[in-house]
Design a protein. Structure first.
Length: 89
């Protein structure tokens, strides 16, 4: 991870800050809500990958290939249905 990639991550996160577009920045939250975590993480990852490509430390790939790779790398919760056990006494 290069300094440029860290800076790209910081800029991506700053661009998603509710305070960035707020009229009153003194009361707006600095960070996006947790409910947007997946969207924020994907945006930061895209920015880091692009910067890595610019710096020659990440492989070159089409935007479609990168998007597919990002979606494949994202963990998605998958829970089994809960069934209450029958206890005989």
């Amino acid at each position: 991870m290069t300094d440029g990639m860290f800076l790209a991550a910081a800029h991506a996160l700053a661009g998603l800050s509710p305070a960035a577009g707020a009229d009153d920045r003194t009361t707006a939250p600095l960070l996006p809500p947790v409910s947007e975590l997946r969207t924020v993480a994907m945006a930061v990852a895209r920015a880091v990958i692009r910067q890595g490509q610019v710096e020659g430390v990440a492989p070159q790939a089409s935007p479609e290939t990168l998007e597919a790779a990002l979606k494949d790398a994202v963990w998605t919760a998958c829970y089994r249905p809960y069934e209450k056990a029958q206890i005989s006494r």
